[in-house]
Design a protein around this ligand. Structure first.
Ligand code: 5AD
Ligand code: SF4
Length: 420
């Protein structure tokens, strides 16, 4: 989501003056640090980065802090780091042309109506198209800072979404990634619009776009994975067979304390249904360990779900208490060593599962959409089920979907040769 927000910033800047990206810090006239604040670590990194940028930038260059940390720390960023020229919240991107003009401007209103979400056109890579379908989040997961930094959930009108995707297709994209905090809650919060379309309806509408061959989305919420949606996922040939189902915890009582709205049984039931309807699909997940009060038994429930679902990809985190969240006030915080040991156990077991999954890929053929040139005469892309591929090849493969046979496997990526 931040990558797309950065593209929106460049698009807005370009409406006033042409900007281009540079890899050389010393060449930059404007440095924007687009931040995350979901855990404590990136926030502390921010201040050390500001120090480095300030030291090596040219004198006239401005530094801006954007994104979720900008939303939640606001003017305190400038107090702590006066080298920062402006602070721009995650919901305030359309104001970028204004804040770069003012010294120490701070724009962080989370319920700001961001210019009807119609930003200018800009993509760092024409073959990788991301399109927002909603903004903000209407949930209140007790560990999560996002509703406080990105504001209320708003669904973007479907005609705007379709228009944006059609433009991306015209400039070379065959695949789109739909973005939202909670994509399958789409349609619950249109503003000033009598549109009635849910996420399944939106997927069907997007599928009709000529020239668009693949649709991905992130992140759906397990609570809203109704049968209608899972059947659309399984049966619509344009929808890539890769789905993120964020578990967070396998313990029903912890899920309750997290206010996730589903139980261990519901989660397992949804994953079983995905595996049954669509055996070729890969399932990824997010897991937090060491949430306040997490007992050994709770953690074993998480391990049990890992064992049963055998996620193909795992994003796992130690719980990090965040400001503006309910859980930060809970008394039973888990000692760091215990959370660390649980994280290691979870990751070690997942690695074993992943090795089995990836080793089984040897010799298989996947349809790969190539979207990026790499160093050393390589090109990268993803299979329909989301596996990362590296293949020897050049420009002519960019934007193409071709059959690739796997010749080498590793945990993170596959290598292969184009089948003729
Ligand atoms: N501590 C640790 N992980 C968190 N996440 C969100 N908030 C926290 C937190 N306070 C994780 C969740 C979410 C992912 C984007 O980040 O797993 O799905
Ligand atoms: Fe955070 Fe929960 Fe919203 Fe996801 S659904 S962004 S975890 S509050």
């Amino acid at each position: 989501m931040n990558v797309r927000d950065s593209e929106h910033m460049i698009a807005e800047l370009n409406t006033k003056e042409p900007y281009e990206l540079t890899e050389e810090l010393g060449d930059a006239d404007l440095i924007i640090i687009n931040t995350c604040s979901v855990r404590e670590k990136p926030v502390s990194k921010l201040f050390s980065e500001i120090g480095v940028f300030n030291k090596y930038k040219k004198d006239s260059a401005k530094i801006g802090v954007a994104g979720c940390t900008a939303s939640h720390l606001g003017k305190d960023i400038i107090k702590r780091a006066p080298a920062v020229d402006f602070v721009l919240g995650a919901r305030n991107i359309s104001k970028i042309t204004k804040v770069i003009e003012e010294k120490h401007a701070v724009e962080i209103d989370i319920n700001h109506d961001d210019s009807s979400y119609a930003f200018g056109e800009y993509r760092t890579n024409p073959f990788k198209s991301m399109v927002n379908i909603s903004m903000g989040c209407d949930k209140s997961c007790t560990y999560c800072i996002v509703p406080a930094t990105r504001g209320d959930e708003v669904s973007i009108p479907s005609d705007l979404i379709v228009g944006e995707i059609a433009k991306a297709v015209k400039t070379g994209a065959k695949e789109v990634m739909l973005l939202g905090q909670n994509v399958n809650n789409y349609g619950k919060h249109f503003t000033a619009n009598d549109e009635k379309l849910n996420f399944t309806g939106l997927l069907q509408k997007i599928s009709k776009i000529e020239g668009l061959e693949r649709i991905r989305f992130t992140s759906p919420h397990p609570l809203h994975m109704d049968d209608e949606f899972l059947e659309e996922f399984a049966n619509n040939p344009k929808i890539c067979k890769q789905i993120h189902v964020p578990l967070q915890s396998g313990s029903t009582s912890l899920l309750k304390a997290m206010k996730r709205g589903y139980s261990k049984e519901w989660f397992l039931n949804r994953c079983e249904k995905i595996r049954r309807l669509c055996p070729q699909a890969t399932i990824s997940t997010d897991i937090i360990v060491g949430f306040p009060n997490e007992s050994e038994e709770d953690f074993e429930d998480t391990m049990d779900v890992l064992e049963k679902v055998r996620f193909e990809q795992l994003f796992s985190f130690k719980y990090s208490p965040r400001p503006h969240t309910v859980a930060a006030e809970f008394e039973e915080q888990i000692p760091n060593e215990i959370a660390g040991a649980r994280l290691t156990k979870l990751q070690v077991r997942h690695t074993e599962i992943l090795d089995e999954v990836m080793n089984a890929q040897m010799g298989r053929v996947h349809k790969v959409y190539f979207d990026e040139l790499k160093a050393g005469g390589k090109i990268s892309g993803r299979s329909d089920d989301g596996k990362l591929f590296f293949v020897e090849g050049s420009e002519e493969l960019l934007g193409e979907i071709v059959d690739v046979k796997v010749t080498k496997v590793s945990r993170g990526a596959l290598e292969g040769v184009v089948c003729n």
